[in-house]
Each structure stands twice: as structure tokens, then as C-alpha cells.
Design a protein around this ligand. Structure first.
Ligand SMILES: [Zn+2]
Ligand SMILES: [Zn+2]
Length: 238
């Protein structure tokens, strides 16, 4: 702490802080300039209780048409921000430009999701990242969901439980109907050997939620493994 206090003015002289979005110079300890920050769309009520899809003009809690009757295996999927503009760019820069330092800044957003009323009352036994297919992992050499999950585990003290595996490439799903798509995805995940989640309340982590079907497939496996409940938290929502 003391060391940081002594050296940080010097450090910031040589390494001044820059906005993660547009690289503009900003104050020390900040991640974004005012303009980039104000362009970030935080997801707030009214939004779907289950999948966090925001809807304009409605004031009470509700389930969106996508979730009504969908019977997801997770209790709810909380997303912190919309996957638009700055956030979308940052996610892409980590994935495709390998700018890993950005994960730390995205991890801070993700952590605020724990304050959502759908999660804040819960006690979690483990944080489970959505796994990446081994081939993609080889190409990319890292799993963004796992990096975010690690940050969250470190900040929250909830243990990281990397218990899921992705088995094979999920071929393009466009020709399949909803039920077939679910089955196809379900087969793509399995439990890692020698892992136990019996009676645990788990928090599943991914970077972006689009339809919720990936999270659903993972939640289904975790429940099959004996988990008590599964809730999901993603940084962004498509
Ligand atoms: Zn900026
Ligand atoms: Zn919904």
C-alpha cells in the first residue's frame, strides 16, 4: 500500500491512465472517459426476471415471451450491461486481439452483477465458467469466460469450480428447431472427471448471453451432477 502511494505519481507520469474504450487520457484509477462510460447501457428493471432482456415501457417484473414456457434449467440469468458499442468492442478485443488487461476492467462490471437482487440473497458454493471447445481453446489459447470467472472468484471469495467440459464442435444450429437445438447443445457439454457438485448452489459464468441456450445446457448438466441450484451471471447481454 505504502509502496503504491510513493510510486504511483511517478508511475502515472510514465504510464498515464487511458480510457479502455478510446485511449483518451483519464484520471488515475479510472477505466473510462466520461463519454465512453456514458455510452455503456446498464441493464436495469424493467427487464425479464429470467433472462434479463430489457423492455421499455413496462414497470413490473415479468418473464419475456422467450422465457415464458421455456423452462430453463437455471433459476435466472443476470446480465450487467448490453453487448453494444464500447462493451462489445472490449469483448472482441480480448477475444481476437488478446488484450488480456481488459478482462480486469470487464471483471469489475461482472462483479457488480452479484448485487442484483436475484443473486445478492444467495450463498454460492462455487463459480463455474462455461467451457470453451478444446479446438477453439487451442486456436485462442484462453477461455474468456474462465478469465472472468477467475477474477470474480478472487474478488468474491467464492471458490472457482471448473467442472464442465465441452465435447465437440456444435455444428451450425440454424436448420434445427428449438428442441433439437437444445438436445444438440446438451450433448456438447459433460462433467469433468472426479468432480462433485452434489447439493451445491452454483453460479455459472459466461461473457455474453444471447439466447440462453448455452447456459441452459450447462445448467442441465450441473443439475444432473446433483447440484442443488444453478443461477447464471454474464457480463453482457446481446
Ligand atoms: Zn473513452
Ligand atoms: Zn426472458
Amino acid at each position: 500500500m505504502l509502496r503504491r502511494a510513493v510510486f504511483s505519481p511517478l508511475l502515472s507520469l510514465f504510464f498515464p491512465s487511458h480510457c479502455a474504450g478510446c485511449a483518451l487520457r483519464i484520471g488515475e484509477g479510472e477505466d473510462f472517459c466520461a463519454e465512453c462510460y456514458s455510452s455503456i447501457e446498464f441493464i436495469q428493471p424493467p427487464r425479464c426476471q429470467t433472462c434479463s432482456q430489457p423492455f421499455a415501457g413496462l414497470t413490473s417484473e415479468f418473464d419475456c415471451p422467450n422465457c415464458r414456457g421455456a423452462a430453463f434449467h437455471f433459476e435466472c440469468a443476470v446480465s450487467v450491461v448490453r453487448s453494444r458499442r464500447v462493451i462489445r468492442d472490449l469483448i472482441h478485443r480480448v477475444k481476437y486481439n488478446r488484450e488480456f488487461w481488459i478482462t480486469k476492467c470487464l471483471g469489475k462490471f461482472l462483479a457488480t452483477g452479484l448485487d442484483d437482487p436475484r443473486l445478492s440473497g444467495q450463498t454460492f458454493d462455487g463459480i463455474v465458467p462455461v467451457p470453451l471447445h478444446p479446438r477453439r481453446l487451442r486456436e485462442r489459447e484462453f477461455n474468456q469466460a474462465a478469465l472472468l470467472a477467475r477474477h470474480l472468484s478472487r474478488n468474491s471469495g467464492i471458490p472457482l469450480r471448473d467442472v464442465l467440459l465441452r465435447n465437440r464442435y456444435t455444428n451450425t444450429q440454424t436448420a434445427l428447431d428449438r428442441r433439437e437445438r437444445r438436445q444438440n447443445l446438451r450433448n456438447a457439454f459433460s462433467a469433468r472427471k472426479n468432480t462433485k457438485v452434489t447439493d451445491q448452489n452454483l453460479l455459472l459464468i459466461d461473457d455474453v448471453l444471447t439466447t440462453g441456450s448455452t447456459l441452459d445446457a450447462c445448467a442441465a448438466i450441473l443439475l444432473e451432477m446433483g447440484a442443488e441450484s444453478v443461477r447464471a451471471l454474464t457480463l453482457a447481454r446481446g
